[in-house]
Design a protein around this ligand. Structure first.
Ligand code: SAM
Length: 248
């Protein structure tokens, strides 16, 4: 089944497509206190909620990049409904291939839940750092190990232990890259449960509404595996944080 179709179906009910609560995001956005016209870049912007909220709050200009045609369509609709006259550009492309216009730097760059775009966390830090103004903000959403992962979990999920750090190490590697971590948000069980279980709900809704879709058995299989993996292991092993850095 097409992977972007899978994410579209399983994230139908989500506004933010990551395990952080809306309330925590709202608090963070109000703390940013950006000047009108600030330039924001969101790599792997999903359905575009962070960018659109910042445009509503601060009248920022911005660029959102995402590879999913489904999510980009949602982004465009949201932009037209909520901030039609804003200077927000939405690009459907591989984030790794995006490069700003010559000499263009952003006041805020973000990559939330998609550091695979740059082959991992350190690659994401380096890429965003290059596109951010001095004294600008960099916001990265990244998982971390809450505890040593069970071998069985690694086998089931296909995740390699070295793909992720501890929470401390996520901050430490960024600071060693010359960034100052000024704020973090972490997800609790409620935030994670909301993010994960809403995917089950959306998948079952889709199957009921589209009983003849030939992708349904694969969809069901994938969602059931994700459910078991999360309940048996992920819920107590995997953390999620939003890190806010300042570029010196
Ligand atoms: C976990 S979601 C996060 C979305 C969004 N940042 C948010 O927090 O709501 C991961 C996003 O990465 C996008 N994505 C995956 N591979 C990508 C790529 N190579 N370039 C750009 N976006 C990509 C997916 O379409 C999806 O929107």
């Amino acid at each position: 089944m097409d992977i972007w179709k899978y994410f579209d179906i399983t994230h139908k009910k989500h506004i933010f497509c990551n395990p952080m609560s809306q309330n925590k995001f709202e608090e963070l956005f109000s703390l940013l206190d950006l000047k009108p016209g600030s330039k924001v870049l969101d790599i792997a912007c999903g359905k575009g909620e962070p960018l659109i909220r910042l445009a509503e709050l601060y009248n920022v200009s911005g660029i959102g990049v995402d590879i999913s045609p489904y999510f980009l369509k949602d982004c465009k609709k949201k932009k037209n409904e909520r901030v039609p006259s804003s200077d927000i550009k939405l690009l459907e492309m591989d984030g790794a291939k995006y490069s700003p216009e010559i000499n263009e730097l952003f006041d805020l760059t973000m990559c939330i839940g998609a550091s695979f775009v740059y082959n991992g966390f350190i690659g994401t830090i380096k890429a965003l750092k290059k596109m951010t103004k001095p004294n600008g903000f960099i916001i990265i959403g990244e998982p971390y190990w809450l505890k040593e992962p069970d071998d069985e979990y690694l086998k089931m999920s296909g995740i390699k232990k070295e793909e992720y750090n501890s929470h401390f190490k996520n901050i430490d590697v960024c600071e060693k890259e010359g960034l100052n971590c000024i704020y973090t948000l972490v997800s609790n069980h409620d935030d994670w449960d909301y993010y994960e279980t809403l995917q089950w709900w959306s998948a079952y809704n889709y199957i009921s509404a589209n009983p003849d879709d030939p992708d349904n058995s694969e969809l069901l299989n994938k969602i059931n595996n994700a459910k078991i993996e999360y309940l048996l292991y992920g819920r107590d092993t995997f953390g999620w944080a939003i890190y806010v850095f300042k570029k010196q």
